[in-house]
Design a protein around this ligand. Sequence first.
Ligand code: URA
Length: 245
Amino acid sequence: MPLSREQMLVEMGISPLWMLREPVSSETPEPVAVAAPVAPATPAQPVLPAPIAPPGAVAEFDWPALLAGIADCRACELCKQRRQVVPGVGDRNPDWLFIGEGPGAEEDARGEPFVGQAGRLLDAMLEALGMTRGNKVYIANAVKCRPPNNRTPEAAEMAACRPWLERQIVLLKPRVIVLLGKAAAHTILGNDSALAAMRGKRFEYAGIPVAVTYHPAYLLRNQFDKGKAWEDLLFARRLLRSGNT
Ligand code: URA
């Protein structure tokens, strides 16, 4: 039986709502910070093999070409240990795009992002907002292949993978992007600030409003920050609803 919204909030550890320490304004958020799309960072050392498809070509890809390109990608060392690529999942005409770090062991095995414990929390967060991953929601990662031992992807790996993500965003045309954790914020915004400093600010990528929040895996270890993540999701929803998209 599907959980009620109240049960979902309990599942996220953030119920009752009045326990939130900082009230959430219902005002349309002011534009605070705007980051232009950044050019892919050049790796400090040219140690990476050439991408299978030159970045210029990726910009022309449709979905089948994009998925085939990702499946064949050898642009960084992560390809060597993957069982399969994890391109992304969900509605290809989404309102929301969530971007995480990179696949873990379960995602590598199943070829779908966020299917492990962190994924179950992400699903609970979506349900608390009245959404599911297949309906107006798309989920992707900064890198499409599993980093060994679930480590954070390196900047050069995210840069190598970035043309795929950029093309996904162009094809998806989401109305709001939510960056889950610092790695995603780094690759999309080119912003290396502390995550706490990015929360609650309106960023922009290619004209699309962007919000930053904690990674669900972090929230599993830091239950008390779930309330802040809930605030961030409400903030993102206001960005979407402000029609400023
Ligand atoms: N963490 C991520 O960042 N992405 C996944 O797909 C799974 C866990």
